[in-house]
Design a protein around this ligand. Structure first.
Ligand code: FAD
Length: 383
């Protein structure tokens, strides 16, 4: 550690802020995490919990690969059962016409170092015997998996506390104080807190906090909808995606199928209310059953809508922000923040404490938007 910061404030008690606080505290920094509500009350509490490398934007893939390496020992490191399962991610293909594009995408991901296999015929059926006969091939990433996002976020927060961090829930940051080109501290609804470094990990709310500093973060709201079925006999080991459908499907340890993939719900941000859409429930079930016919025998137990911080180009914004030398952002994780959370905590802590991260985040800096329009389009996306 070059020069130990006296006090680092992290805004946001989601999976990202909690992971950053834990890593910072474990590196010996003095950390206060401020969360306006409860831990995991934002996107992290609604997440589908997929821990996936395949199909990621190539700028993000090196981080995703390094994150998977961290997931392997995360339960031991955290001292918590977070229901992590590493049984692969399989994206199924049903149209011959998609093959050339799939082959090109597999080659590009392998070049970055991802263990990604093209599977067909009996190999495909052996992997996932319950697949519909109309699935003709798949791309299989054996080290992907899933975990419970609420347990994981709380485990990060607890680990941060054990390392000496102050984790203050029910404390909203209302402003950022600056002096001489530096952040001097934050104003909260429970008083002011001085700091030597500030980490903005407030998810969807990050642009609101950055805007008074004349920093326009290109992040908007997207509200994906999720479905959980009743518990069923365990039959699906991998997380399933589909090349030509909005689908993310897994079976969690309790036997419930969890279905997502980017079918949209509705959100009223000022009212803080997110509501499901009937057509998205029906569309989601149709897509999932077309791939995994056993779902025709399941019933819907729960439907919920979470709200993601969608960056304009759907990859996170990481690193310094202009004008204030002691302000770092980690926001705009779109649909990928849960899988990335262990490595993001690590690289942001390394950046602040050591001055450089062990995995480059240069491609994901705020400066990539220089000269581009700053508004993110609140559109849907395939999972
Ligand atoms: C339905 C759904 C499914 C998803 N599925 C996956 C998946 O399968 N795999 C995956 O990798 N990712 C998935 N994601 C995305 C992932 O969940 C997010 O990228 C991740 O949770 C973002 O974490 P975060 O900490 O940045 O944001 P959040 O969890 O939103 O945390 C930000 C926190 O900041 C707090 N905050 C805001 N303003 C203030 C303030 N002024 N003062 C104090 N606190 C403040 C908020 O209350 C909030 O708790 C999914 C997301 C959704 C919604």
């Amino acid at each position: 550690m070059s020069q130990r910061p006296v006090e680092i404030v992290v805004i946001g008690g989601g999976v990202i802020g909690c992971s950053i606080a834990w890593h910072l505290a474990a590196m010996g920094a003095s950390v206060t995490l401020l969360e306006q509500g409860a831990i995991a009350s934002g996107a992290s509490g609604a997440s589908a919990g997929g821990v996936r490398q395949q199909g990621r934007d190539l700028r993000e893939l090196p981080l995703a690969i390094r994150s998977i390496a961290r997931w392997e020992n995360l339960e031991d490191e955290l001292g918590a059962d977070i229901h992590y399962r590493r049984e692969g991610h399989l994206t199924v293909i049903e149209h011959e016409a998609d093959m050339p594009a799939v082959e090109a995408s597999v080659a590009a991901q392998r070049e970055v170092g991802l263990d990604l296999r093209f599977v067909t015929g009996e190999d495909l059926r052996d992997l996932a015997p319950g697949l519909s006969a109309s699935m003709i091939a798949g791309t299989y990433s054996p080290n992907d998996g899933h975990a419970n996002p609420i347990l994981t976020t709380h485990a990060f927060a607890e680990a941060a506390r054990r390392e000496g961090a102050a984790v203050r829930t029910g404390t909203a940051v209302t402003g950022i104080r600056q002096r001489g080109g530096r952040v001097a501290g934050v104003e909260t609804d429970a008083g002011n807190i001085a700091c030597d470094h500030l980490v903005l990990a407030a998810g969807l709310w990050s642009p609101l906090l950055a805007s008074p500093l004349d920093i326009e973060l290109p992040i908007s709201a997207f509200a994906p909808q999720m479905i959980a079925t009743n518990p069923m006999p365990v039959a699906l080991r991998q997380v399933l995606g589909a090349r030509s459908r909005r689908l993310s499907l897994k079976q969690v340890p309790s036997g419930n199928y969890v279905i997502g993939g980017g079918w949209p719900g509705d959100v009223d941000l000022p009212a803080g209310v997110a509501t499901p859409r009937l057509e998205s429930i029906l569309g989601s079930i149709r897509d999932a059953s077309a791939v995994w016919p056993e779902l025709a025998n399941a019933s819907v137990e729960r439907v919920w809508v979470g709200v993601e911080a969608l960056a304009a180009d759907e990859v996170p914004i990481l690193g310094p922000l202009p004008g204030l030398e002691n302000l770092t952002v980690a926001a705009g994780f779109s649909g990928h923040g849960f899988a990335l959370s262990p490595i993001i905590g690590q690289v942001i802590a390394e950046l602040i404490v050591d001055g450089a991260p062990s995995v480059s985040i240069d491609a994901l800096g705020f400066d990539r938007f220089d000269g581009l329009p700053v508004t993110a389009a609140p559109v849907g996306r395939a999972g």
